[in-house]
Design a protein around this ligand. Structure first.
Ligand SMILES: Cc1cc2nc3c(=O)[nH]c(=O)nc-3n(C[C@H](O)[C@H](O)[C@H](O)COP(=O)(O)OP(=O)(O)OC[C@H]3O[C@@H](n4cnc5c(N)ncnc54)[C@H](O)[C@@H]3O)c2cc1C
Length: 390
């Protein structure tokens, strides 16, 4: 069994690491300063400029097929790069990406929505959650009623990432109330903001924030149906499933950086005439953090590897999301504890991480929903304990 990375993986990761260190990390103090002043940490034009620089470095469209100018990297490689991104609290990501389900668009829609999104000229958001339907996404109530060549959308979506900035939304609505939402009853639509939906920012404990979207008799031409009529829920689940190993990959980078800070602090801070690190209570926090980090790393890489094998990765991805999200919360909590009062101040990024990583246990499937998926697979005998090594 070989746990090492290949030469190409090492080289690509090193290039990503260098880019983050040289171009992204120098912005960190300014990001903290702006956020303390309730301004966006990184403006869109600044993000685009950074993404342009990264493109010159060779990083463009990690997950995007080569036919669309992307790198089409294997999932393991993507995971390793997201870990590099996660080391910095600057809200940066490489450009050249689009929602995975936009690739189901027809040629006309690709020209109008997919290609400009990849190029960063348009901003999308994906909306399935409603005030009455989160974990229970099949309970959505937004209606799509056929009217001649158009559909009329009515209802509200909530907690939509990018909802305030997006100029179009991918919206899942009930298109046939006589059928199961999961199977034939819902449809995904590509809806320009100019068609009449409005958004409202939702303040949250993290930086940035999602939005609620209100659709009040919004008329959408039938040519804006994404995929097939009746396929909306399936597309939605595919959108959500994509991020399940990416989210914890980012968390590994954050946890590593935070743990390094704690180790440095423990070695330099003195209490009772000796370094903090000489206390077993502190040593154990460091040991537990490193052990959980390492466990998360391998769960995530195994999930990504499963994707690369073309196997069904849902079970492995759910385990990596569940464990990775918990891990980063526990590590950041310990890191804050080791820093004492300083950890609680806004001078350091720790309290920011503490607020930000809490989201990871909620969005794209809560901890409880991941447990539901994992246990259901086992209870109905769909997966073996031990996965491919069983
Ligand atoms: C910042 C942010 C960004 C988001 N971005 C998007 C986005 O871009 N697009 C989008 O569509 N949605 C988005 N969401 C919505 C997110 O996916 C939902 O918040 C999430 O799925 C949980 O749904 P809920 O908030 O309605 O909680 P609920 O479903 O009401 O659940 C409340 C609690 O009960 C638990 N629970 C629910 N049912 C069960 C059960 N059967 N057994 C045990 N426990 C249960 C849940 O795990 C949770 O802890 C975002 C949310 C946030 C906070």
């Amino acid at each position: 069994m070989d746990f090492s990375l290949g030469d190409e993986e090492k080289a690509i990761r090193e290039t990503a690491r260098t880019f983050i260190r040289k171009e992204v990390m120098p912005l960190e103090q300014e990001v903290l300063r702006r956020e303390r002043a309730h301004e966006p940490g990184l403006r869109l034009d600044e993000l685009r400029e950074l993404q342009g620089k990264a493109r010159a470095f060779g990083f463009w469209g990690l997950a995007t097929p080569e036919a669309y100018g992307g790198m089409d990297l294997p999932a393991v490689m993507q995971s390793l790069i997201w870990t590099e991104i996660g080391r910095s609290w600057v809200p940066f990501r490489f450009g050249g990406e689009a929602d995975n389900i936009l690739f189901f668009a027809n040629e006309e829609q690709k020209a109008e929505f997919l290609l400009p999104t990849i190029e960063g000229e348009r901003i999308s958001c994906f909306a399935i959650t409603e005030p009455g339907a989160g974990s229970d996404a099949a309970n959505i109530r937004m209606t799509a009623r056929r009217d001649g060549d158009d559909w009329i959308l009515d209802g509200e979506k909530t907690f939509i990432t990018n909802g305030n900035d997006a100029d179009f939304a991918i919206v899942v609505a009930v298109s046939d109330s006589g059928q199961d939402v999961r199977n034939g009853g819902s449809t995904a639509f590509l809806v320009d903001r100019s068609m009449g939906w409005r958004s409202e920012f939702i303040p949250t404990m993290g930086e940035g924030g999602p939005a609620s979207l209100v659709f009040d008799s919004v008329r959408v031409p039938a040519r804006n149906v994404l995929g097939e009529v009746g396929q909306g829920f399936a597309l939605g689940m595919q959108w959500i499933g994509k991020g399940r190993y990416i989210i914890p990959s980012h968390a590994v980078g954050t946890a590593e950086r935070a743990l390094r800070m704690a180790i440095e602090h423990a070695n330099t801070r003195e209490t009772f005439g000796r370094p903090l690190s000489s206390n077993q209570a502190i040593q154990w926090m460091i040991a537990d953090s490193e052990t959980e980090l390492e466990a998360a790393r391998w769960l995530i890489l195994r999930a990504a590897w499963t994707v690369d094998q073309g196997l069904d990765a849902r079970h492995a991805s759910s385990m990596s999301k569940l464990y990775g999200a918990r891990m980063v919360n526990d590590v950041v909590d310990r890191v804050l504890q080791i820093h004492g009062g300083m950890g609680y101040t806004r001078e350091l990024p720790i309290e920011r991480w503490y607020r930000q990583v809490r989201l990871l246990r909620i969005f794209e499937g809560t901890d409880e929903m991941q447990r539901l998926i994992i246990s259901r697979d086992l209870l109905r005998g769909y997966t073996e304990i031990g996965g491919h090594l069983a």
